[in-house]
Design a protein around this ligand. Structure first.
Ligand code: PLP
Length: 299
């Protein structure tokens, strides 16, 4: 059995003189605390898909990701809990013969069968559209499909019930990898509120098209209440330069909240940067804490 998530996730206020001076209120929506085995937004996006996989009588879950993909680990853990098989198609054929890193080792411990594909073909297969294995429920890279977007919309619906008088003043911010979480948050927001996505990779134009396509797939329409900022990826996916590391560690020290580095730290640094630039003055900002830091490296 997959344990139920602990919902709604807590909403906490961040007391920070720098933000107060900039006229910005900041809250954290602690989705990192949602579930013990399937972290953060990965649970939001997987939950409706798992329901369908089980209802369809699927025997296995199959998905795609890089060597450190949180989504891949989440799928492995969820499959194991549900008594399903799992297959992970991993970017990088050269990894097949190498010792497993902690992330892939964790997926294998949960029973996932790993298949490694050449980087040149990975992009093509990772949408899952060409996959034809009977009994396998296929999730695209990052798990972002129409059902996942509807699952992520619940974040915003919870928030609307937790915030006093939600509306025009509200900006709800999240890190963006594949766009499913941002698409869901935008779709679930109350009237007047805005969603702000912080791209964690170089994806200007591409990510906007992805979010729009996900809205069409999930709701048959587009939404105008969201935007992406592209100045905060810190060099690209997975890059954590020293200034970002210092910023994240400083926030952890001051506020006692763990800051996942590849996504959450970039979204948080965007909030501070935009606040300093006067772009969030008189706004009530909620940052969705979409996940937990990686475990400390094992010796
Ligand atoms: C996967 C992940 C994201 C990105 O979510 P998308 O829906 O792919 O945009 C954001 N934050 C964390 C912590 C993640 O693990």
């Amino acid at each position: 059995m997959l344990l139920p998530a602990d919902l709604p996730t807590p909403l906490t206020v961040v007391d920070d003189p720098e933000l107060a001076a900039a006229g910005v209120e900041l809250r954290l929506k602690r989705d990192d605390l949602a579930h013990p085995a399937v972290p953060g937004n990965k649970w939001r996006k997987l939950a409706p898909n798992l329901e369908r996989a089980v209802a369809d009588g699927s025997r296995a879950l199959l998905t795609y990701g890089g060597a450190y993909s949180t989504h891949v680990r989440a799928v492995a853990a969820a499959a194991r809990a549900l008594g399903l098989e799992s297959v992970g198609v991993i970017r990088g054929a050269e990894l097949a013969g190498m010792p497993r890193n902690w992330s892939l080792a964790g997926a294998e411990r949960d029973g996932m069968v790993l298949e490694f594909v050449e980087r040149s073909v990975y992009r093509e297969v990772a949408s899952g559209r060409q996959e034809r294995r009977p009994g396998h429920f296929v999730l695209p890279e990052g798990g972002s499909n129409a059902a996942a977007v509807r699952g992520a919309a619940v974040i915003a619906a919870e928030l609307a019930a937790q915030l006093p008088e939600p509306g025009e003043r509200d900006v709800v911010c999240c890190a963006v990898g594949t766009g499913g979480t941002l698409a869901g948050i935008a779709a679930g927001l109350p009237p007047g509120a805005q969603a702000l996505g912080v791209a964690v990779l170089r994806g200007e134009g591409y990510l906007e098209r992805e979010v729009t396509a996900l809205h069409r797939a999930a709701y048959g329409r587009e939404f105008a209440n969201w935007r992406l900022v592209h100045g905060w990826h810190a060099g690209g996916y997975g890059k954590v330069p020293p200034e970002l590391e210092r910023f994240a560690a400083g926030f952890e020290d001051r506020h006692g909240v763990p800051v996942e580095r590849r996504y959450v730290a970039k979204a948080l640094s965007a909030v501070y940067g935009l606040a300093r630039a006067g772009e969030l003055t008189d706004r009530r900002v909620t940052l969705v804490v979409t996940g937990l830091p990686d475990p400390a490296p094992q010796a």
